[in-house]
Design a protein around this ligand. Structure first.
Ligand code: SF4
Length: 503
């Protein structure tokens, strides 16, 4: 059979059209057949045999998903469960791609065991993973599920490298006598450390005995016969305890990260030569922000200004700092970002020459809630709070300029929200290129050139895509003739094509 004739198929055990607990909103759940695990408490043993079920193609899945789409509403979507859906690697990769092209929200309920070679084709399309953590040590995994724990650990460590950028709901079935104790909850939190920044929900599901009859029908021994169902309220208490532990662990990591960044930015000193200082300050009065300020005042305050050279990645101020200065960017660019609760860096703005930052904080006397860091080698002029409050804060022209930049920043923030909210990677990439063109583009021979002064990690952060997806998309745009990237310069060759993604 050649490649074209090769038909991709999977095995479908059953469908649930209105699932309410297996992912966000109302879900159409496809239970796939076959599972490499043998959990003692499995209440769907009929899904374990890899030879059973009905043979279906990815198009069959799409057709069925479309049929149930009206039930899914705005928040719901499709969930693949099992058995273990990841053992149907090729089929699942094709199915999630088809579903995402048709705008379905996708969730995978997995134990983390499957056909690894397809993961890079599957996970970029997945919005939510329901990750079942069965036990917390090699021996406990062998005892509970007859498999090793290592593949699950590898799965968690590599998940983001597979292109996953969604959320995770961690689940653990609590069986009395096995993990219904605080020590186990501590081990659970330790186990999920590699993925904790992606965890949106942590659930402890009480063990129940509703699947026992299936074992009788299938003539299979049920090894937990003498174990009582888990008390639901007790399970809830352990769930609360585990969530508190998770929050503590994440908060500790955030503090560690913040301490690493702590460079103390409250007292600034000029670090340029006198000659450079005079040259830079000499051009100070030409800044758009200061054009209407009386020249005598400007001459008077010049010796109070600080000129600071920053190296790439050097921090200017950080979240929580008092507003001691207003900064005007004289050369280079400053990125404004925050570390989100999921420990990821999110860039909000990039300020370039003649922009300013900190004016709002001085006006409202509010601390920074974000960090400012040099995106490249840069120079800033710092106006101390006292000078700002005495000479600028009561000037209509300065306030007007601050307001007008606020408007532009709100527009930028709205654009960022849109970019992050959209799932389509072409839209995100086109939006990012056009935004960078607006802020950093240089017109040359009817074309717009953007100097690529940001690395791929920063661009991917800004676009809301993983680095791999962004690189792939930029490559695709180059092949389509929309852009050219050469010698660190991105040239837009087809502006209309990029704009059409945003229409
Ligand atoms: S992973 Fe799920 S389907 Fe597989 S044996 Fe365990 S409980 Fe059953």
């Amino acid at each position: 059979m050649n490649k074209q004739d090769h038909q991709i198929t999977g095995r479908l055990h059953s469908i649930e059209s209105m699932g309410l607990v297996d992912g966000p909103g109302i879900r159409t759940i496809f239970f796939l057949q076959g599972c490499p695990l043998r959990c003692l408490y499995c209440h769907n043993p009929d899904t374990q045999n890899p030879e059973g079920g009905k043979i279906v193609t990815p198009s069959d899945i799409l057709k069925l998903a479309k049929r149930y789409k009206p039930y899914q509403g705005d928040d719901g979507g499709v969930t693949f469960s099992g058995g273990e859906p990841l053992i149907h690697g090729e089929f699942l990769a094709e199915s999630v791609k088809l579903l995402k092209e048709n705008d379905f929200n996708i969730c995978i309920d997995t134990s983390g065991y499957g056909q690894k070679k397809y993961y890079k084709e599957i996970f970029p399309y997945v919005d939510t993973i329901l990750l079942d953590i069965k036990a917390f040590s090699e021996q406990a995994y062998l005892d509970m599920c007859s498999v090793q724990q290592k593949p699950l650990n590898d799965f968690m460590n590599e998940l983001e490298n597979y292109g996953f950028h969604g959320q995770i709901w961690v689940r653990h079935v609590m069986v009395p006598g096995y993990t219904d104790n605080k020590k186990s909850m501590q081990e659970l939190i330790k186990t999920i450390e590699p993925i904790q920044h992606l965890v949106e929900r942590l659930e402890i599901l009480p063990y129940h005995t509703m699947g026992i009859d299936k074992y009788k029908e299938l003539n299979m021994p049920y090894l937990l016969e003498n174990v009582e169902p888990m008390d639901k309220e007790k399970a809830k208490e352990f769930e609360v305890y585990a969530n508190v532990l998770l929050a503590e662990q994440m908060s500790k990591d955030r503090i560690d990260l913040k301490e690493k960044q702590d460079v103390g930015s409250s007292a600034l000193e000029s670090n340029v030569s006198l000659e450079e200082h005079n040259k830079i300050i000499g051009s100070f009065s030409n800044l758009p922000l200061l054009q209407h300020i009386n020249s005598d005042i400007l001459a008077d305050i010049q010796h109070n200004l600080v000129v600071k050279k920053l190296e790439k990645d050097e921090i200017l101020f950080q979240s929580g700092d008092d507003p001691n200065y207003m900064y005007i960017i004289y050369a280079g660019a400053i990125k404004i970002f925050n570390i989100l609760p999921n420990l990821k860096e999110q860039i909000f703005y990039i300020y370039r020459k003649d922009s300013f930052v900190g004016g709002h904080n001085l006006l409202s006397d509010s601390k920074y809630w974000y960090t400012g860091e040099a995106l490249m080698d840069s120079i800033v002029i710092a106006i101390p709070a006292k000078i700002f409050n005495t000479y600028f804060a009561n000037k209509k022209s300065v306030l007007k300029e601050i307001l007008s930049q606020s408007f532009e920043r709100i527009r930028w923030a709205e654009d960022l929200i849109n970019r992050l909210a959209t799932i389509n990677s072409s839209v995100k990439t086109a939006g990012l290129i056009l935004r960078l063109a607006e802020n950093f583009g240089i017109k040359k021979n009817d074309q717009i050139q953007i100097p690529m002064k940001f690395d791929r990690a920063e661009m991917s952060n800004f676009s809301g895509l993983t680095r791999d997806s962004l690189t792939r998309k930029l490559g695709e745009f180059e092949e389509l003739g929309y852009i050219r990237i050469e010698n660190e310069i991105l040239t837009i060759l087809n502006f209309d094509a990029l704009e059409s993604y945003l229409d």
